[in-house]
Design a protein around this ligand. Structure first.
Ligand SMILES: Nc1ncnc2c1ncn2[C@@H]1O[C@H](COP(=O)(O)OP(=O)(O)O)[C@@H](O)[C@H]1O
Ligand SMILES: Cc1cn([C@H]2C[C@H](O)[C@@H](COP(=O)(O)OP(=O)(O)O)O2)c(=O)[nH]c1=O
Length: 195
């Protein structure tokens, strides 16, 4: 089973994943992973995040290349072995974030739909996605606004895209209020993952 954690920067995904790692309620052989990955594909993505002038379309394909390699190297082998896979960010991050960075592009009427279409023939959709829902202002403050994506204005657009994704597949998403205390957020996420 593939469970993904999604949400704006600063919504608590990394903190929650660290607690899940230490939680005996999850199978001992659970594969914890993340996107961007720490492979060389992921490193190119990190370079792009740090470049304020990066081309948005090129950036989509860097993230997508990292996802393709992540599926081959990590996700599919672990699923084939019958393991639970928990990923901190996954395809929905691309749909929401690159759907927003490409909003001004002359090429697409509906960038989110385009990004989904690019993935559809070959990706492995999550079985369940825990969405840590946070307002963009708190997200920008918590994340420290350390990269070009972490402004409240941009994150507001990303959040709208996440809402579209949740509306389209309400059965896949479990929404968790990320403004609650860390312990409360963690309990909700734990219930969703262990369920
Ligand atoms: N529910 C919460 N309440 C208060 N602070 C939180 C909460 N969740 C996360 N934080 C804090 O917000 C910051 C960003 O959290 P992090 O787990 O790195 O988020 P993400 O991985 O989603 O960017 C950290 O300083 C973390 O301690
Ligand atoms: C995986 C992914 C991340 N991102 C963005 C979200 C983050 O701003 C940045 C780095 O991701 P990440 O390191 O997960 O950031 P955080 O822990 O703050 O949530 O990359 C995309 O724009 N598209 C993607 O497909």
């Amino acid at each position: 089973m593939l469970v993904t954690l999604e949400g704006l920067d600063g919504s608590g995904k990394t903190t929650v994943l660290e607690r899940l790692r230490a939680d005996d309620a999850l199978p001992a052989d659970t594969a914890f992973t993340r996107e961007p990955t720490d492979s060389w594909y992921g490193e190119t993505v990190t370079r792009s995040i740090e470049d304020d002038d990066a081309d948005s379309l090129a950036e989509l394909f860097l993230y997508t290349a990292d996802h393709a390699a992540h599926l081959t190297d990590t996700v599919r082998p672990a699923l084939d072995d019958g393991r639970l896979v928990v990923s901190d960010r996954y395809s929905d991050s691309r749909y929401a974030y690159q759907g927003a960075t490409l909003a001004d592009s002359e090429w697409f009427d509906d960038p989110l739909a385009y990004v989904k279409q690019v993935h559809e023939p070959w990706t492995r959709p999550p079985d369940k996605t825990v969405y840590l829902d946070l307002d963009p202002e708190t997200a920008a403050t918590r994340s420290g606004a350390t990269n070009k994506f972490e402004t409240a204005d941009y994150l507001a657009d990303v959040r709208e895209n996440y809402e579209r994704l949740v509306d389209a597949e309400p059965d896949r998403f479990v929404r968790v209020d990320a403004t609650a205390s860390l312990d409360t957020v963690y309990e909700r996420v734990r219930e969703a993952v262990v369920d």
